[in-house]
Design a protein around this ligand. Structure first.
Ligand code: NAD
Length: 340
């Protein structure tokens, strides 16, 4: 029995998390879900966007399957996602983007694992306005990058590449301009690469990397980068394989992990039964792999890919003519478990 803290989250979160729970349970694995509120819904119902019961549950279970949480743009409360990643020292955010066979996209052979530093950089939360006579005349954010944080995520990326038989690691940075912060990150990645002679290593400046990714994504294998660059590039890599409805992510630390989609709470499509459940289901697949349940993980992965390849019962983001919603697509995936 796997004990998991389950956070349905905001917007489309509850519907896609429910879909993932149904698929995971239908795979034959046994779960004890501890459902907890977080995000905007928790603020409304409990007066805190991350209530103490939710924190306690995560401290106890150390494994979380989570829906997206809404964060107000500009003002308002601080991102709960960032708080959770910092609190539980989830230093590596692993975001794979792998081509779905049969899905019409510009590229056919994308297989990129983006590993993003998850607790530091411009997301450190060191930010303030500079006010003069009641008027904000400037604002300052500090991108704190530590040797330890950079070593942790680079080590994770090289070990990931070794464990999964990956051929290449690319460090992405802006060390020509941000010489101290991303310069240190690059120097650490370069030095560490020498310990992994079987893995090809190169580096790319973020802007050139963005261009290369949309022109020649097959040239990339594992990418390791700092927090903000990784956040942006992982939406880009999601776009390469068919969009945000498809790509999962795992926030990994030494003694806790949170599995979720790359996408957010998508308020524009919430409550319409049209959100693609694939990303959170695939986050569940990553969670099963993390638990060592590889057979169940492959069974779900094959069923999802088969439903998408056929294209008949998928959500409108993948095929607007399919006339299928979140619930129908989920039922189709469950029907295929063990059949493909
Ligand atoms: P978003 O990812 O929610 O949506 C971007 C676009 O992708 C929208 O058009 C949306 O309809 C579409 N989309 C997203 N998921 C989809 C799915 N499963 N199926 C089909 N289409 C999908 O990004 P946003 O609109 O910039 O952010 C909305 C909120 O989510 C913000 O408050 C943001 O802070 C939050 N957010 C949370 C997380 C997280 O909890 N990990 C991640 C990103 C954004």
């Amino acid at each position: 029995m796997h004990k998991i803290t389950l956070i349905p989250g905001d917007g489309i979160g509850p519907s896609v998390v429910e879909a993932a729970v149904h698929v995971l349970e239908a795979s034959g694995q046994k779960f004890a879900w501890d459902e907890q509120l977080a995000g905007e819904i928790a603020l409304r119902k409990r007066g805190s966007q991350i209530p103490e019961e939710a924190m306690e549950s995560i401290r106890k279970n150390r494994l979380v399957l989570k829906g997206p949480l809404t964060t107000p743009v500009g003002g308002g409360f601080r991102s709960v996602n960032v708080q959770l990643r910092q609190e539980f020292k989830l230093y590596a955010n692993v975001r794979p983007a792998v081509t779905f066979e049969g899905l019409k996209t510009r590229f056919e052979n994308v297989d990129i694992v983006l590993i993003r530093e998850n607790t530091e950089g411009l997301y450190s939360g060191i930010e303030h306005n500079i006010d003069v006579e009641g008027e904000t005349i400037a604002a300052e954010s500090i991108a704190l990058i530590t040797r330890k944080g950079s070593e942790n995520v680079c080590r994770y990326a090289f070990e990931y590449a070794r464990k999964h038989g990956r051929k290449k690691v690319t460090a992405v940075h802006k060390a020509n301009i941000l010489k101290c912060t991303t310069g240190m990150f690059l120097a650490i990645a370069r030095e560490m690469a020498k310990e992994y002679p079987e893995i090809e290593f190169n580096d790319r400046i973020i802007d050139a990397c963005a261009m290369r990714l949309v022109m020649d994504p097959e040239d990339f294998d594992v990418i390791v980068t700092t927090n903000l660059f990784g956040d942006i590039l992982s939406d880009l890599t999601a776009g390469l394989v068919g969009g945000l409805g498809l790509t999962p992510g795992a926030n990994i630390g030494d003694d806790a992990a949170i599995f979720e989609a790359v996408h957010g709470s998508a308020p524009d499509i919430a409550g319409k039964n049209i959100a693609n459940p694939t990303a959170v289901i695939m986050a569940g697949v990553m969670m099963l792999d993390h638990l060592g349940e590889h057979e169940a993980a492959r069974t779900i992965d094959r069923a999802v890919r088969s439903v998408i390849a056929e294209g008949k019962c998928v959500t409108p983001d993948l095929n607007p003519d399919a006339k299928c919603g979140t619930r129908e697509m989920t039922a189709e995936i469950i029907a295929r478990l063990g059949q493909v």
